[in-house]
Write a protein that binds this ligand. Structure first.
Ligand code: ADP
Length: 471
């Protein structure tokens, strides 16, 4: 079953303190028990020795008798501490025996110790040790010390260990609760933008391109994701608008000349207009414009399709620039524009015809958008890795906020103005496609009413061979 990102993150975050507390609990118990075992075994040994010395001191040499009151006190103290004493004199007669003295108390204490040790998971059994009792270097009797072996914990020791375990459990629970809270908070923070982004992506898939993720997260990667999705939505929305505009533009471009030609021919057919060579030429011009537009569209489709094959050869840029400029000289002459070509020959590995087309498109734009009497300069520059072609004019320029859009399909800075000039907004799109397919780039700098400068960079080594990079 698929778990949500939030649940997975919360569980992972919870797991860490739980494992840590369990490990700390296990190792601290193991370590404490081991140290305790040593400590208790050591104190039991000294305790036994002390009992023997204390008992020895209760023997009176002169009367050869035991101070029974003190023996009793020592025996009872030892009994409460979990040591059962049985003191015998040299002849083997019992002087004091804990069990004889208070059978039920002995049984009760022994039971308590056994129960405690079993609860601790350290079961053992009662063992007896016999010691000689000496007085002034003379053996005066023997004592048998019985206790729970191999070691046992007193009431205090036991309380200490169980308190420690309780503290660990409390720490564990607190760490668990804390990590659940932090985990939920953190998981929420991480999963919220992811969930939101997924929702936005779904919306985008359904065609709702205007949706955006407003809130910025503090996590870099998530922020990148959000920015990328927003960017995607923006790009798709732009493409969608472009597509809609493109359809409208094509329809309009086709309808205008068709309507004109249609109505003119109708008027002539119905005898309302006299059929004159001028009127027929007008119709012919419109049909030519239609043909040009369709040719432009065909070219764009070809270049933007998967099948732009570049026929790369060693190509000299200055030569191409000169040829294109010469072919255009009639147009510049008509508009009384000055056209200069400067620069040095540069060889690049490129498709000659396509580069020709690039320069032709840029130059014809320069001519189109430069008023009569303006100046157009073409320059070829030899750079280490690439050849540069600059097309500069003193024309109408492009507003700054539209500079980034001029390479888009059907983009025209001012539709009505440019329709008069005859452009359909495809020329620069073709330029960019061809240059990109060569692994180069094209850029524009421009100021309204001051002129434009288009710079094309073609790598000398040549870029990808095909197909054309899509815009
Ligand atoms: P068009 O066929 O309309 O010229 P392009 O793709 O060649 O289409 O150019 C897109 C738009 O960029 C043009 O409509 C025009 O507004 C602007 N543009 C291109 N070149 C120039 C230039 N040299 N000077 C001013 N504006 C230009």
């Amino acid at each position: 079953m698929m778990k949500s990102l939030r649940t997975q993150l919360s569980l992972s975050i919870l797991l860490i303190p739980v494992i840590t507390v369990v490990l700390i609990g296990f190792f601290s118990n193991w370590f404490i028990n081991r140290e305790f075992e040593k400590y208790v075994a050591e104190s039991e040994r000294t305790r036994g020795e002390n009992i023997v010395v204390d008992l020895g001191n209760q023997y009176d040499d002169s009367t050869q008798s035991w101070n029974l009151d003190y023996v009793h006190i020592i025996g009872m103290y030892s009994l409460y501490d979990g040591y059962l004493l049985k003191l015998s004199d040299m002849s083997g007669n019992i002087v004091w025996d804990a069990e004889n003295h208070d059978m039920s108390l002995c049984g009760q204490i022994m039971n308590e110790i056994s129960a405690r040790m079993e609860k601790l998971g350290e079961p053992g059994e009662f063992i007896s040790h016999a010691y000689e009792v000496n007085r002034n270097g003379q053996t005066v009797g023997s004592v048998s010390v019985t206790y729970y072996g191999p070691y046992f914990l007193s009431e205090n020791d036991f309380t200490f260990i169980s308190d420690l375990n309780s503290i660990l459990i409390v720490i564990g629970i607190l760490a668990g609760v804390f990590s659940v809270l932090v985990g939920c908070l953190l998981a929420g923070r991480i999963s919220r933008p992811v969930t939101k982004t997924a929702y936005i992506a779904k919306q985008i898939a359904q065609g709702n391109y205007d949706i955006r993720f407003e809130r910025e997260t503090k996590t870099r990667e998530l922020n990148d994701l959000v920015i990328a999705v927003n960017h995607l939505a923006g790009a798709l929305s732009e493409q969608e608008n472009l597509r809609k505009r493109m359809t409208a533009d094509i329809a309009h471009e086709l309808r205008t000349p068709l309507t004109a030609v249609g109505s003119h021919l109708e008027a002539m057919l119905e005898g309302l207009w006299e059929t004159t060579p001028e009127r027929l030429t007008g119709c012919h011009d419109e049909i030519k414009r239609l043909g040009m537009l369709i040719a432009d569209l065909e070219q764009l489709a070809k270049i933007e399709g998967e099948n732009l094959k570049l026929n790369k050869t060693r190509t000299e840029l200055l030569d191409i620039v000169r040829t294109v400029a010469e072919n255009m000289s009639a147009e510049t002459g008509k508009k009384n524009q000055s056209l200069t070509v400067t620069g040095a020959p540069v060889f690049v590995n490129a498709d000659k015809d396509r580069i020709n087309q690039v320069i032709h498109n840029l130059l014809s734009n320069a001519v189109k958008y430069t008023p009569a009497g303006g100046a157009i300069q073409l320059e070829v520059i030899d750079e280490t890795d690439s050849g540069i072609v600059k097309v500069k004019d003193t024309g109408i320029g492009i507003p700054e906020d539209e500079l980034s859009s001029v390479f888009e399909r059907f983009y025209r800075t001012d539709k009505s103005r440019n329709r008069k000039l005859g452009g359909a907004g495809i020329g620069l799109t073709i330029v960019k496609s061809i240059v990109s397919a060569h692994g180069g780039d094209v850029s524009v700098e421009s100021r309204p009413e001051q002129g434009s400068l288009f710079t094309v960079r073609i790598p000398k080594a040549g870029g990808i061979n095909c197909p054309a990079a899509r815009l």
